[in-house]
Every structure is written in C-alpha cells, then in structure tokens.
Design a protein around this ligand. Structure first.
Ligand code: ADP
Ligand code: ADP
Length: 228
C-alpha cells in the first residue's frame, strides 16, 4: 500500500510547451483517483512519470514519503494495467497471471507462484478459467486477467491507462462496476487515466481534471457534479 505525492512535477519533451506543467497532488493510501482530460492533456505522460517509464524534468515524486525520481520502474513496486490487456495469446490464464513472478527468476518458488496465482484468480472469479487461453475468454474476463497480473505482484499501487477504451459500451459499463468493486475490495491505491466523463464521475474517490498539462481542479465526483 502506498501514498503517492507529486510535487511541482514538470515534463518537457524537447523545447515545447510542457506536457506536464507544475502538477502537485497528494494521493492517499488506498485512494482511487481518476486523471481525466482531453487527448493530449498530459494524462499518460503523468502516469508514466509515476511508474518510472518517463524521466521527470523537474519536481519531486514521493512514494510513502520517499523520493523516487531516480528509481527504476522495478524498484517502485507499482503495477500498470494496460488498455489492450497485453496478454500473451500462447499462454494460459494461469501463466499469464504468473508472468510477472516468472520474470523475477528465483524469487518465488513454484509453490508460492501457485498460491499467489490461485488467490488472485479466486478474488477475480477466474478459478475455473485458469487453463484457458486468452482467445477463449470474454473481454471482461481478459480484463480481469490483466488485473490478476497486477494483483500477484502485490504492488503498492495500480496504475490504469484507459483500460476500457477498446471495449464496447455494454462491456465498458460492466467492467466499470467490476473495477470499482475490485479496487474497494483490495483497497489498493489506484490512479486511473481516462478521457471518458462517465468513468471519471462513477469510478473514483476523487477526480483530477487536466488541461494542457495543467491541473485544473481536484474534487470528488459529487462536488464536480454539483458545480454550476
Ligand atoms: P494524453 O495522455 O492526455 O493524451 P499525453 O501525455 O500522451 O496526453 O501527451 C501530452 C503532450 O505531450 C501532447 O502534446 C503530446 O503530443 C506530447 N508528447 C507525448 N509523448 C511525447 C513524446 N514521446 N515526445 C514528444 N512529445 C510527446
Ligand atoms: P529489465 O530492466 O530488468 O530488463 P524490465 O524493464 O522489462 O526488465 O522490467 C523489470 C521490472 O520493472 C518488471 O518486473 C516490473 O516490475 C517493472 N516494470 C517494467 N515496466 C513496468 C510497467 N509498465 N509497469 C509496472 N512495472 C513495470
């Protein structure tokens, strides 16, 4: 579990206008926060800075109060959940979920891998699908496998990069409620990027609105809704 603190974060690509422009934000331990804004407003850049896939031009990033600007992604213990699931078609559900543990060769025994994967599968109601390949799953089940991968890593936080944007409207609605239930059940700090207003207004505890790299406001969905 983790708190995440952004202090005056700036990202400049080349000489252009900053993609992320002096953003400060405190994300509490266990909080579910949504980053919303139009395409190009800097959402993914900000998410990638948090996970460590993008260098920070200036400012500080703290996880549980510790400055992590210079830490490699693997030392930050955060898990990304991607848009296109990024599942391996030739691997079973079990092996797809186990994949992050296999990367850490030697760190986990076969018994530990089995236990972590089975526990994650139970949480996600995937137990009976563990031997299947991704092609034989529904879109919602695939999305859950992608979350399973984040869960087995016992990450301090989940970072979602528009995970539902490729789904049809019906499935999107279903996954919205699944994700929000799952987040609450696990209580893991989550940062969720979307350009979808409905997701922004229904999923999180708070919504951070970005425009042209600038943080316009941070408020609860209710506060945003009741604004004139
Ligand atoms: P969003 O996720 O909100 O669509 P991005 O974070 O992808 O926004 O992009 C923010 C701004 O930074 C945009 O103007 C985009 O063109 C620019 N940008 C993003 N990635 C790069 C890159 N690798 N090189 C140069 N400019 C980039
Ligand atoms: P290496 O740098 O050791 O060759 P990688 O960069 O592929 O390996 O990943 C090493 C570790 O970094 C992964 O096991 C994972 O913990 C973390 N990592 C890499 N990319 C991401 C990501 N997008 N989201 C979260 N963690 C990541």
């Amino acid at each position: 579990m983790a708190s995440i603190t952004l202090k005056n974060l700036v990202k400049k690509y080349g000489d252009g206008f900053p993609a992320v422009n002096d953003i400060s934000l405190d994300i509490a331990d266990g909080e579910f926060i949504i980053l919303v804004g139009p395409s190009g407003c800097g959402k993914s850049t900000l998410l990638r800075m948090i996970v460590g896939l993008e260098d920070i031009t200036s400012g500080d990033l703290l996880i549980n109060g510790e400055r992590v600007n210079d830490k490699a992604p693997r030392d930050r213990n955060l898990a990304m959940v991607f848009q296109n699931y990024a599942l391996y078609p030739h691997l079973t559900v079990f092996e797809n979920i186990a994949f992050p543990l296999r990367l850490n060769k030697g760190k986990y025994s076969d018994e530990q891998v089995k236990k972590l994967v089975n526990d994650a599968a139970a949480t996600l109601e995937l137990t009976e699908h563990l031997d299947r390949k991704p092609a034989n799953l529904s879109g919602g089940q695939r999305q859950r496998v992608a979350m399973g991968r984040a869960i087995v890593r016992q990450a301090d936080a989940f970072l979602f990069d528009e995970p539902l944007s490729n789904l049809d409207a019906k499935l999107r609605g279903q996954m919205r409620s699944e994700i929000s239930q799952m987040q609450r059940r696990l209580g893991v700090t989550s940062v969720y990027v979307t350009h979808d207003q409905t997701e922004a207004m229904t999923l999180g505890d708070r919504v951070a609105v970005l425009k042209k790299g600038i943080l316009q406001q941070v408020a609860s969905p209710r506060e945003l809704y009741e604004q004139p």
